[in-house]
Design a protein around this ligand. Structure first.
Ligand SMILES: Cc1cc2nc3c(=O)[nH]c(=O)nc-3n(C[C@H](O)[C@H](O)[C@H](O)COP(=O)(O)O)c2cc1C
Length: 178
C-alpha cells in the first residue's frame, strides 16, 4: 500500500541569473523590492525602488541605497547578508506599508501578513515573493555630495541624509515554484 504521507512542496527553486526572465530595471523601478536583513524573529524590511544589478569583481552583484534614518539601516549594517524580495502587483499594499511605516513603530510581519521563508543560510525572504535574491555584503560607501557631477542630484537630499550604498554579491536567486 502506498504511504499517505505527502511530501512537502518545495516553495522556491534556486535558479541561475541567466534564467531570470524579468527586466532588472523594471523590477526595481516599477515593481519595487523589499530589502530585509537579520535573522527570523529579529529581522526588519523596507521597500526600495532605487538600486541595481550587475557584474563586478567576477560576481553577480546587487547594489542598494539606504538612508541613515531607516530602521533597516542598522540591520543591514550589522548583518553579513541582506535579501531582496520581489512581488506580484497584488501585493502592492504590503510594499506601500513597508515603505511608509517604520519597523521602529510596527511589526511589519504581523501588520502585513508577510510570511517569512528562511533560506538555508538563515536569511529571510517571503512566501509571497515571486523572486528573491540573497546577497552577501562585500562593499559599502556613503554618498559624498562633493562627488556629484550633476547638481540636480542634490534635490534628492534636502535634509543631507545621504544614502549608504551597499554592494552585495548575489549568492542565490530563488524563483517561486508554480
Ligand atoms: C516606492 C518606495 C521606494 C523607496 N525606496 C527607498 C530606497 O531606495 N532607499 C531608502 O532609504 N528608502 C526608500 N524608501 C523609504 C523607506 O522604505 C521607508 O522610509 C520605510 O518606512 C523605512 O522603514 P524602516 O524604518 O523600517 O527601515 C522607499 C519607499 C517607497 C514607498
Amino acid at each position: 500500500m502506498k504511504s499517505g504521507i505527502m511530501k512537502a512542496k518545495v516553495m522556491f527553486k534556486e535558479i541561475s541569473y541567466s534564467s531570470v526572465s524579468e527586466n532588472f530595471i523594471d523590477l526595481v523601478a516599477k515593481q519595487w523590492m523589499l530589502i530585509t536583513a537579520g535573522a527570523n524573529g529579529s529581522s526588519n524590511c523596507m521597500t526600495a525602488s532605487w538600486g541595481g544589478f550587475g557584474y563586478l569583481w567576477n560576481a553577480p552583484v546587487a547594489y542598494i541605497f539606504i538612508r541613515p534614518q531607516r530602521y533597516t539601516y542598522s540591520f543591514v549594517d550589522s548583518n553579513p547578508f541582506f535579501t531582496l524580495s520581489f512581488f506580484d502587483r497584488k501585493y502592492r499594499d504590503i510594499l506601500t506599508f513597508c515603505g511608509t511605516k517604520s519597523g521602529r513603530d510596527f511589526d511589519k510581519i504581523k501588520e502585513t501578513g508577510l510570511k517569512p521563508y528562511i533560506t538555508s543560510r538563515g536569511n529571510v525572504i517571503y512566501e509571497q515573493a515571486k523572486l528573491a535574491m540573497e546577497c552577501k555584503k562585500i562593499y559599502f560607501s556613503d554618498i559624498d555630495p562633493d562627488m556629484f557631477l550633476d547638481s540636480l542630484i542634490r534635490r534628492n537630499y534636502p535634509e543631507s541624509d545621504y544614502h549608504r550604498m551597499y554592494i552585495g554579491k548575489i549568492v542565490a536567486f530563488y524563483q517561486k515554484n508554480p
